[in-house]
Each structure stands twice: as structure tokens, then as C-alpha cells.
Design a binder for this molecule. Structure first.
Ligand code: FO1
Length: 322
């Protein structure tokens, strides 16, 4: 059975590790692909940083800094201090020495003419991830945040330097109108038996993947059922600052509102099914009414067990007879 996950970042990394564990436990000859958000990516000191990809890569390889949710475990920051001293990197953005190894390798391959997809393949081949990752697109579509006073800033500056506290009026993925889905992403969608939307930030991690021209069409015609997992429990984001992003686009921070934002596949939206936490069981009936099959299950991913069980719940909902 083939599973394809869409998302990026810490929530997606935890969920994909749970799905990998679920697959191991059920012993099937299964395959997991991930269509990864690239709109968080940015250039710093001439290096291409790819946070949503690298969070997944490091977590699946087991070399991630679990507390911070990004970067490598056992990190040192000697080079980062030098970059700040030279002024080629902002002092508020920490690039660990081991992490820089990844950015330097990635940038070297990009400068040699490799596509982002080929870079993913090379980076992923160093460890036995048990998962194949594909960029949503091989084109650069960096998210920029439109501020109340007009000048757009890169998402990373808004997110890290300003902690998403600067009032914003919208998000744009620069250059996305010229982007097309990567071949790997399209194949992972068309070949999937189940498509899962990870509990990632709906606006800046899942949104940009869906915004790549032709991506929604590919999802709409896919044979696989599409089931998403809420990243919001009892009106609060599990991690990160998705609430600031949702407020910017006028969506309430609730499991129900995010499902409505994604829309029911039966009426032209994305979702066949949606998992909410037991605390949000009140969302089940209204979402069922608009055609989204909804289950209330424990959403907290605390360890391999709870993550595997959540992944199993998502797969069960996807495979439940329609
Ligand atoms: N997040 C921070 O809050 N502070 C940092 O200094 C920081 C550095 C960093 C370096 C590499 C990388 O891949 C991610 C990094 N992040 C940092 C996380 C990242 O900025 C965001 O959390 C993600 O883009 C959100 O999905």
C-alpha cells in the first residue's frame, strides 16, 4: 500500500515518523512518500536553507534537535557567530555547524545544476529514512509576508525575528505563478492508495503546496481518499504560531474552521476525511454535514506509540468504506 503525506516542518515530521512506525507494526510491504513544502526556504549567506525539508530529514534520520524542532542534535554555533560578525547572516537566525554542512552540500549541488528534487534524493540517501521526500515544486516560491505598512518581508524574518507578531495582511509565494509540481510530487499523488494532510501549519506549510498551479487538480483527480489531521486542539495550535497565520487570512483557530478552510472534496475542496481531537468532538457533526467524514481521536503525538496510533487512525478513516 502506498501512502503520500503532504506538509512540512515539525508537525509533519512527527506524523510521518508515526506513519513509518504504523507501517512497521502492521508489517505491510508499504511505501511512504512526502510532498514537502518549500516555501519556507530562503537564501542566507549565499546558502539555500530549507527548514520544512530539513526538519523532516533530521527527524526521520534520528539526528534532530527534538526540543527546538529544527536543526541537528549536539549542535555548536561557531560559524554562525562568525557569519553574524561578518554581517552576512542576521544574528537572530542560528545556523548550527552541523546544519551548515547540509546547507553547503545542498547549495553546492544546486550550483552544479541539480534540481531541488535531485538534492532531496542525495540528502535522503545518506540515511535509511524509510520515506521518499519530494519538493512540492523545483521552483523557488519563497513565502513573503505582506505587512500592514506594505513592504513584504521574507517569511523567515517575520516568523523568527518578529515571532509572527508584526501585523500582516497576507502571504504570497513569490514566483508561484511560474511554478509546476515536481514530477515526484505528481507521481506520489497519482500513485497513492491513501493521501494524508499532516498536522502542519495550514497557511504557510500546507497552503503553499496546494497553491502550486496544477497541484489541486492533481489531488482532485487522485484515486486515493484524502484525510487530514488537525494541528489545532481546543482552539489552540499544538505547536508553532499557526494562529497568527490563520488570523491573517481570516480563518478562526479551530479544528472545525481549518477543515472548512480546506473544504470538502465532494464540493470541490480537499478533504474526504478529517481527524479532530476528542476535545473537539463537537466539530464532528457540523463537518459530517458538509461532507467531511470526521472522527474525534487522541491527537497528541507524545512518542512513537501515540504517533503511530494517530497515523493508524488516519489510515483507518481513509480506508473506511465510503
Ligand atoms: N527557528 C527559530 O525560531 N530560530 C532560529 O534561529 C532558526 C534557525 C533555523 C535554521 C535552519 C532551519 O532549517 C530552521 C531554523 N529555524 C529557526 C526554524 C524555521 O525558521 C521555522 O521554524 C520553520 O521555517 C517553520 O516551519
Amino acid at each position: 500500500m502506498r501512502f503520500t503525506v503532504i506538509g512540512g516542518g515539525v508537525g509533519c515530521a512527527r506524523f510521518v515518523r508515526g506513519l513509518r512506525e504504523h507501517v512497521r507494526r502492521t508489517g505491510g510491504e508499504d511505501r511512504i512518500d512526502v510532498v514537502v513544502n518549500t516555501a519556507d526556504d530562503w537564501w542566507v549567506s549565499g546558502l539555500r536553507i530549507a527548514p520544512d525539508h530539513d526538519s523532516l530529514l533530521y527527524a526521520l534520520a534520528g539526528v534532530n534537535d527534538a526540543e527546538r524542532g529544527w536543526g541537528r542534535a549536539g549542535e555548536t554555533e561557531r560559524v554562525s557567530a562568525e557569519l553574524a560578525a561578518w554581517g552576512t547572516a542576521p544574528e537572530w537566525f542560528t545556523l548550527g555547524d552541523l546544519d551548515l554542512g547540509t546547507h553547503i552540500a545542498r547549495t553546492a549541488w544546486l550550483r552544479a545544476g541539480l534540481t531541488v528534487s535531485e538534492v532531496y534524493r542525495r540528502l535522503g540517501s545518506r540515511w535509511d529514512l524509510g520515506v521518499t521526500m519530494h519538493p512540492a515544486t523545483d521552483s523557488e516560491i519563497d513565502t513573503h509576508v505582506i505587512l500592514a505598512d506594505g513592504d513584504p518581508i521574507h517569511f523567515q524574518e517575520w516568523w523568527v525575528h518578529h515571532r509572527a507578531a508584526l501585523p500582516a495582511t497576507g502571504f504570497v509565494q513569490r514566483g508561484i505563478e511560474r511554478a509546476v509540481p515536481s514530477d515526484g510530487a505528481l507521481e506520489a499523488i497519482s500513485g497513492a492508495d491513501v493521501i494524508l494532510i499532516a498536522p502542519s501549519n495550514p497557511v504557510v506549510s500546507v497552503g503553499p503546496v496546494l497553491a502550486v498551479p496544477e497541484m489541486r487538480e492533481a489531488l482532485a483527480v487522485a484515486d486515493a481518499p484524502i484525510v487530514g489531521v488537525s494541528g489545532i486542539i481546543s482552539g489552540a495550535v499544538v505547536r508553532g504560531m499557526a494562529d497568527a497565520c490563520l488570523a491573517t487570512i481570516g480563518v478562526e483557530t479551530s479544528a472545525e474552521a481549518v477543515a472548512e478552510h480546506y473544504g470538502a472534496r465532494a464540493s470541490g475542496g480537499l478533504l474526504d476525511g478529517w481527524l479532530v481531537d476528542e476535545a473537539d468532538a463537537g466539530a464532528v457533526e457540523p463537518l459530517e454535514r458538509i461532507g467531511i467524514r470526521t472522527r474525534a481521536v487522541p491527537l497528541w503525538m507524545r512518542d512513537a506509540d501515540t504517533s503511530a496510533r494517530l497515523a493508524g487512525d488516519a489510515v483507518a478513516l481513509a480506508l473506511a468504506p465510503r
